[in-house]
Design a protein around this ligand. Structure first.
Ligand code: MGD
Ligand code: MGD
Ligand code: MO
Length: 767
């Protein structure tokens, strides 16, 4: 390990997980000085009667009796349960301008917010404000708008079902569908792309399917870091001898070799399991070519009269095969291999794995969704699965690996800028007001409305909008035009420092803390990435007596904004079962008897029609959908161009930075690095470790440029580079996004290397 603060690059040769993960867990609990409290929290995490891990959306299986947490879940909990407190004294000591100079890591380390604060322009500081006054101020701002569409209501995916549902009802009663949410930057291509294929914008597998799969594909997802609990399923699958195919421009450590941190035998014998049986080293954006190449192999076999397609399934359940076949067969192997960077031989080999398997799961993450054609790309994954009837049978299906722990649930209960008319009718019938019918803004449109001076109020239910969004400089300027910004949060983040003329920070009770109301202790519910709905009950006392549950904040904003509302907001503050009853009324098909079902400590499954081979599409069939060509991003014909993927390190949770290390990729004390193929570096006449700047190709008049970046030799495909989000967000143009969903194409930013004018900290590179 390097000396403190000296940055170092030292390739990681051990298996991922194991003792490294165990050590890292203890270290983070210690650093946040919560060892005892933290261990108690870990015992309650993801157990019936406890709370849901605040980290990722991967489900916890009910058959596993051991502790259900991972290194990164422990980090998320430790940072939430930290002893550090952010008090009014802290805010009195620092102007907002000074705080802006601090790093995201420093802001995070200041600890939990403890009381509501309001920005004071005279002193450039946040000062305490009484809760009642804060709600009055929000009500005044919202009611002063000429149109309800001038307000933007952001949601981050940690928000529980009860809160998200009430928030969506309040905002619709107020009169807009402006619901930009973190999903718009994440799995929106899943939500918008899959319905046209299979009638639902969610995954179709359940946990038990991992036990029955005969092959698993993992495309563009870094499992060991971002959904570590899934590693258990992969280790089990490998032990059964199941082929696992990894398609990724980065040979992600944990997906190559992994030691289960909870497997005492493996850990004590220093054993590990080889995870992937095929590593497909794809170029950035080359996945479409691979998928079409695989489908081509299937169609070639079909043409030879081989029995490779599931003809009965295709006949009974699908439409559009001929058009798909014609498109796929028109792609030449020369183009497929050139664009994917993968040999015909390897594509044929993984196609054979797919052909042999009677039940296949395809998992995917941001490496698929964050491209200019993300939604259409997701549909090609569905095509491949449909060809062999991989829906509605054991061990098969599509598995979008979701991000935030309740991001899927938030959409289910109404956080949707494009709600259906049927849903709006339901809201009208249940609540007795007429909701707005026109579509609202997604994230990119919300920023455009701010930039145009049209949007005046921004309310952030969790998250760190300013830091998560593209085009940092331009977006900051847009946000600063707002009349009011409200951050509802556990921790101080940059989203509270990039603020409107008026600004509030409203601190909340966190996931791991107890919610007590005058009606007694309350619980909330979460829907994970496999559509299981479970309860979450905190175990710690709230961080201060001046924080409020998120649900109460929504209700009191509603009461301050809509004094004539007929809804019983005050009663919802106290009794969350009343909220669940309303969810059941608005969504009878999936949420009937919600309160009754929650009596089962393991919760229940929401219905996923494709599992029954029922297709909620206009035709009642699953659709093979054609996407022209092989490119998922606009082509730029300049040999100097590199595609930049902005990715997560092992030590961050989105915009929350836990440390400046990325253990599995061998980087210590530095986040301003660029992973590059050695040949690409040498072609540019650069040394390993050289400091450069990157500049984006764009023709909209903005120069996008980030300086002080260290080039590191890394096994990247030619023409592909990677670096960390959110530091590189200034390079991501606002209008560089998937047309269908609005999701920024954060994995394929076209950039070139330009000389640096900055100085950077020295780095030690181990040979
Ligand atoms: N510990 C931790 N857990 C998390 C998060 C976190 O930040 N920290 N974030 C949560 C959230 S909100 C989300 S959405 C998920 C994100 O989880 P992931 O989907 O794993 O997200 P990323 O790390 O952004 O990138 C995923 C992978 O895409 C690959 N990739 C890049 N470009 C391409 C491409 O063109 N093709 C292919 N095939 N692969 C490509 C990268 O090499 C990387 O391995 O994780 C969730 N869980
Ligand atoms: N370039 C680039 N940009 C990206 C991505 C990328 O891969 N590359 N990924 C995108 C993706 S997938 C996502 S999901 C977004 C993430 O965007 P967001 O969801 O907006 O960001 P987070 O960093 O998860 O938000 C962290 C903040 O949430 C608050 N918080 C934490 N817990 C709670 C809680 O329980 N309640 C409340 N009220 N607040 C809480 C804390 O104040 C913390 O600072 O970023 C997107 N942006
Ligand atoms: Mo995400």
């Amino acid at each position: 390990m390097s000396k403190k603060n000296e940055s170092e690059f030292k390739p990681y040769h051990h298996p991922a997980g194991g003792w490294g993960a165990a050590g890292a867990t203890a270290k983070v609990l210690m650093e946040q000085s919560v060892l005892v409290k933290g261990s108690r929290g870990l015992l309650a995490m993801n157990q019936p009667g406890g709370f849901k891990c605040p980290s990722c959306a991967f489900p916890d299986p009910d058959h596993r009796k051991k502790l259900e947490f991972c290194e990164n879940g422990a980090k998320a909990l430790a940072h939430e349960a930290t002893k550090a407190r952010l008090t009014r004294e802290f805010f009195a000591q620092h102007t907002v301008t000074e705080l802006m100079e601090q790093s995201d890591y420093w802001l995070e380390m200041q600890g939990r917010l403890t009381e509501p604060m309001r920005y004071d322009p005279a002193t450039d500081k946040y000062l305490p404000i009484a809760w009642g006054d804060a709600f009055t101020l929000i009500g005044q701002h919202l009611r002063a708008l000429e149109s309800p569409h001038q307000a933007e209501f952001y949601t981050s995916g940690r928000t529980a079902n009860e809160t998200a549902f009430l928030y969506s009802i309040f905002v619709r009663e107020f009169g807009t569908n402006n619901f930009p949410d973190c999903s718009n930057m994440c799995h929106e291509p899943t939500s918008r792309g899959l319905p046209a294929s299979i009638g639902i914008g969610k995954g179709t597998i359940v946990m038990a399917d991992f036990e029955h799969a005969e092959a698993i594909f993992i495309i563009g997802q870094n499992t060991g870091t971002n959904s570590p609990r899934m590693m258990t399923n992969l280790v089990e699958a490998r032990k059964r001898g199941i082929p696992i195919v990894l398609i990724n421009p980065m040979p992600e450590r944990a997906l190559i070799r992994f030691t289960e941190p909870q497997d005492i035998v493996q850990m004590s014998t220093f054993g590990s399991t080889a995870i992937s049986s095929e590593f497909v080293h794809v170029r950035i954006g080359g996945d479409l070519a691979i998928l079409k190449g695989m489908m081509r192999v299937l169609f070639e076999a079909e043409a030879r009269g081989e029995d490779v397609l599931d003809q009965d399934f295709i006949k009974d359940h699908t439409a559009g095969l001929d058009a798909l076949r014609a498109d796929v067969m028109s792609q030449s192997w020369a183009d497929i291999t050139r664009i994917s960077g993968i040999s015909e031989e390897q594509i044929r080999r993984i196609a054979q794995i797919y052909i042999k398997s009677k039940a296949t799961i395809i998992c995917y993450g941001m490496g698929i969704t964050q491209h200019q054609e993300g939604s259409h790309l997701v549909q090609q994954i569905a095509n491949l699965l449909l060809l062999k009837g991989n829906f509605g049978k054991k061990g098969a299906g599509v598995a979008p690996i979701r991000g935030h722990s309740n991001v899927q649930g938030d959409r289910t209960v109404g956080i949707d800028e494009k709600p259906t008319q049927a849903y709006l009718d339901r809201v009208r019938d249940v609540f007795g007001f007429e909701p707005p019918r026109e579509h609202g803004h997604h994230v990119v449109e919300a920023i455009e409305a701010m930039e145009a001076g049209y949007a005046k109020v921004f309310i952030g239910m969790g998250g760190n909008f300013a830091r998560a969004i593209p085009d940092t400089e331009r977006s900051y300027a847009a946000m600063e035009k707002l009349h009011l910004t409200v951050g509802i949060a556990t921790k101080l983040n940059r989203g509270h420092l990039v603020h409107g003329k008026d600004a509030l920070i409203l601190p909340v009770v966190s996931r791991s803390e107890i919610i007590k109301t005058s009606a007694g202790e309350q619980f909330v519910t979460i829907e994970d990435a496999m559509s299981n709905v479970t309860a979450s009950r905190g175990v710690f006392e709230p961080v201060s007596t001046s924080v409020l549950p998120e649900t109460e904040i929504v209700c009191r904003i509603a009461m301050a904004t809509l004094p004539d509302s007929k809804l019983p907001w005050a009663r919802y503050i106290d009794d969350y079962s009343l909220i669940r009853d309303k969810i059941a009324e608005v969504y009878p098909a999936i949420y009937a008897d919600f309160s009754e079902k929650m009596k089962d400590p393991h919760g229940f499954h929401l219905d996923i029609p494709p599992r029954r081979r029922v297709w909620m599409t206009p035709s009642g069939k699953a659709n093979f959908l054609v996407m022209q060509g092989l490119e998922v991003n606009a082509v730029i014909n300049d040999p100097a161009m590199l595609r930049l993927a902005t990715i997560r390190s092992h030590d961050q949770y989105n915009t929350t930075i836990y440390s400046n290390n990325d253990r599995y990729r061998g980087v210590y004390n530095n986040r301003l690095v660029i992973f590059m193929n050695k040949q690409d570096r040498e072609d540019r006449g650069l040394e390993n470790g050289a400091v450069v700047a990157l500049e984006t190709y764009s023709d909209d008049g903005y120069r996008r440029y980030v300086d002080g970046l260290r080039i590191l030799d890394y096994p990247m495909p030619r023409g592909a580079i990677a670096g960390y989000y959110p530091e590189l967000n200034p390079l991501l143009p606002l209008d560089f996004h998937d047309e269908t969903s609005g999701t920024p194409a954060a994995k394929a930013i076209p950039v070139k290397v330009v000389p640096s004018v900055a100085s950077a900290a020295p780095i030690r590179i181990a040979g």
